[in-house]
Design a protein around this ligand. Structure first.
Ligand code: FES
Length: 110
């Protein structure tokens, strides 16, 4: 397969429901990743534009569901399935969804 322009690493780490740090999987990350994959394909971006991969913990648990976008090197946080169409649209346009981009303060909290 050719190298894509972007890779979206969706944290799908799973911890117990009562774990104090919670986890992205318990906030719906698996569904977010699946939907991203489907919508990238439907939009014709899956072959060359972007690939949505599952990832282990990205150390941004307090902002989950988190997605690391490479090579742009920024995080989306607090992502829900409702945000996926907007994320795909931004990828198609070469932009990003600013309201979901984690700030320096978010990153410092981890
Ligand atoms: S569990 Fe998803 S960033 Fe840690």
């Amino acid at each position: 397969m050719p190298q894509r322009q972007r890779y979206l690493f969706v944290c799908t780490n799973q911890r117990a429901e009562d774990h104090p740090k919670r986890s992205c999987a318990t906030r719906g990350a698996v569904e977010v990743q699946r939907l991203l994959k489907d919508q990238l394909k439907a939009r014709g971006l899956a072959t060359l534009g972007a690939r949505a991969c599952q990832s282990s913990c990205l150390d941004q648990c307090s902002s989950g569901v988190t997605i690391l976008v490479e090579p742009d090197h920024f995080f989306y946080g607090r992502v829900t399935v409702e945000d996926v169409p907007e994320i795909v649209e931004a990828l198609a346009n070469g932009t990003r969804v600013e309201r979901l981009v984690l700030t320096a303060g978010d990153l410092a909290r981890g």
